[in-house]
Design a protein around this ligand. Structure first.
Ligand code: OOG
Ligand code: MG
Length: 267
């Protein structure tokens, strides 16, 4: 494929995804028509889509890691960690209800978020990744896929779709030094409740073995693409459990043994 054909393919496919999100009409996987699509092209499509969002006034406030837990890899039938980009428009203010009619088939999942204060231009050790964060918080990610049925798409498809990102909610953060050692992070117990029922639960160790290792993995992916992780951004480490399908009038609570409970209401 020549460079100009490649660029044309990338802008056409990212326009399809844009339209699907805007019209809330799911499309068939991109790889159905373009089976040769690579993960590298997937990221180029996602970044192109992101530049369109920036032209519309959105600004990048962070990144999300995806498929960092076994539960998620099983749920999505895909095997490798991926990343997506988060904007200010995707962030829900605490206490605002999420309108499920604004999504195609939205789901929510329990996560841990890190506020990166320092930025990374090389792959950090877990200690250095931990030291590069100033705050740690519980988070709920709301996913939505622009693909029909949400499931069984390939890695380039989900990457191109900005890793199924839709919205996210960050709870009350604790200062990083509340945690004595980065290894303590894996011991956070996470319960994801729908109403009073525990829908999903796991230890944070399910996230990359330790959620700080998701930051290391993000740096690896970024550096392999010639990017650096900037200071002053949030990173979602990936879901600890499978995602829960959203319906109107749900109260979801992420309860942990370290943070204040984080509540997401739907309407
Ligand atoms: C891909 C995004 C995965 C996570 O936390 O694992 C993700 C998907 O499930 O559609 O955000
Ligand atoms: Mg997620």
């Amino acid at each position: 494929m020549s460079e100009s054909t490649n660029n044309q393919t990338i802008s056409q496919l990212s326009a399809r995804l844009w339209r699907a999100r805007h019209d809330q009409r799911p499309i068939s996987p991109l790889t159905k028509e373009t089976p040769s699509l690579t993960t590298q092209q997937g990221y180029a499509i996602a970044w192109h889509g992101m530049s369109l969002r920036q032209e519309q006034g959105e600004s990048i406030v962070g990144y999300k890691m995806g498929l960092t837990s076994e539960a998620k890899r099983r749920q999505m039938n895909l095997n490798e960690p991926i990343y997506g980009v988060l904007t200010d428009k995707m962030q829900l203010a605490l206490g605002t209800a999420f309108d499920t009619s604004k999504g195609i088939h939205a789901k929510a999942e329990p996560e841990i978020a890190f506020h990166i204060s320092h930025g990374f231009s090389s792959v950090p050790t877990p200690e250095a990744a931990f030291a590069g964060c100033d705050r740690i918080a519980p988070a709920i990610e709301i996913l939505d896929s622009r693909f029909e049925g949400f499931k069984y798409f390939s890695l380039p498809d989900v990457i191109a779709d900005n890793s199924s990102s839709s919205h996210f909610l960050i709870g009350e953060a604790l200062r990083r030094d509340t945690f004595v050692h980065w290894e303590d992070l894996s011991q956070i117990s996470m319960q994801f409740k729908v109403g009073n029922t525990v829908a999903q639960q796991a230890m944070a160790a399910e996230i990359s073995g330790n959620p700080i290792l998701s930051i290391v993995a993000l740096c690896e992916l970024f550096l392999s693409q010639g990017r650096t992780v900037p200071p002053n951004c949030w990173v979602l480490a990936g879901a600890a459990t499978a995602a829960v399908a959203l319906e109107p009038q749900m109260t979801l609570t992420l309860q942990t043994d370290r943070f204040s409970p984080l509540v997401l209401q739907t309407r």
